[in-house]
Design a protein around this ligand. Structure first.
Ligand SMILES: NC(=O)C[C@H](N)C(=O)O
Length: 331
């Protein structure tokens, strides 16, 4: 009997703690990116039993240094690789600080049903109980799994599978840092078995309006954090700097302080799109009857950093408020 063909997975390295080492085995927060994809793979020989994996280094940085230009490069490379019939899935190693932003960007711009799994780690590879090796093993297992197709971009850390739309980093240092508050995680991985609980409910990948294949840059969108006694100067600076969009990390259910209300009026005068997200960290910013009159968009349950990703992509297509609101309602 012939053996079933091993899946071909491409591992794209971008850096982060998963590719970092510290000065000693007990140091877990002070470290530097030192390792490339080949050394990550070498550290987990068990992966060779799951798939044929080829590594490619896209860049090697901490994720807080990732730029729009890098996001475009990542999405274009993933789309090119997945168009190759010999590639069955992609795993991307990534720093955890902005992992949710890249994963959501890919969730909206990858044009394939094939699995794309983003993985990181909270402890450097040099640490006792480093979490990177098992996370990487799980990521390759998931990217090789037939049921991971058509699920949108998935994120794996600490045995949990998350949908890119819902996941966010919810703890600064602990291994169990990633949570999907509004929908819950989509599954677990235990002992080489993938356990599915649910599928992501929002539109993604092939179902979105976004195509970045010809994009050279993304629109400038700022995030402003609202608070008691806020000023107007950040809105003025953002508009003066040529922002095409502003996302407000508003209080509560997207409430605007008096100065944020002035900032929103200033934005409207300069045709800068203004999105109300929330700084709370979970829950919905419900659409308000006054949004249209005030030229505001409500972010649904997207946190500010993800609302920025969607607004950049939306502004690449249209400046029509109603159409952009419909993206926030569906994606
Ligand atoms: N845990 C991590 O990956 C944090 C890291 N400093 C980053 O690149 O985001």
């Amino acid at each position: 009997m012939t053996q079933p063909k091993m899946p071909h997975i491409v591992l794209l390295g971008t850096g982060g703690t998963i590719a970092s080492t510290a000065s000693g085995s007990t140091a877990v927060t002070d470290y530097e990116v030192t390792e490339g994809v080949e050394s990550l793979l070498k550290a987990v020989p068990e992966i060779a039993k799951l798939a044929k994996v080829s590594g490619e280094q896209l860049f090697n940085v901490e994720s807080y240094a990732i730029t729009n230009k890098m996001l475009l490069k990542m999405a274009k490379r993933v789309n090119t690789l997945l168009a190759d019939p010999n590639v069955d899935g992609i795993v991307i190693t990534h720093g955890t600080d902005t992992l949710e932003e890249s994963a959501y960007f890919l969730n909206l711009t990858v044009k394939s049903h094939k699995p794309v799994v983003v993985v990181g780690a909270m402890r450097p590879g040099s640490a006792i109980s480093a979490d990177g090796p098992l996370n990487l093993y799980h990521a390759v297992l998931l990217a090789s799994h037939p049921e991971a197709s058509g699920q949108g971009v998935l994120v794996v850390l600490n045995d949990r599978i998350h949908a890119a739309r819902f996941v966010s980093k919810a703890n600064t240092t602990q291994v169990d840092a990633f949570r999907s508050y509004d929908q819950g995680c989509v599954g677990y991985i235990n002992d080489q078995r993938v356990h599915w609980f649910q599928t992501a409910t929002r539109l993604h990948t092939m179902q979105t309006d976004f195509d970045v294949s010809g994009a050279k840059a993304l629109p400038h969108v700022d995030i402003i954090y609202d608070h008691q006694s806020a000023g107007l100067h950040l809105y003025e600076a953002s508009v003066a700097a040529g922002a095409q969009g502003i996302v407000l990390a508003a209080s509560g259910n997207g409430s605007l302080s008096p100065q944020a209300q002035k900032g929103a009026r200033l934005a409207a005068q300069h045709k800068v799109m203004f999105v109300r997200s929330s700084r709370v960290g979970s829950g919905l910013v419900s659409a308000s009857a006054s949004d249209a009159r005030r030229h505001l968009i409500s972010a649904d349950s997207l946190n500010p950093q993800k609302a920025r990703i969607l607004l950049m992509l939306a502004l690449g297509i249209t400046t029509d408020r109603k159409t952009i609101q419909s993206y926030f309602d569906r994606y």
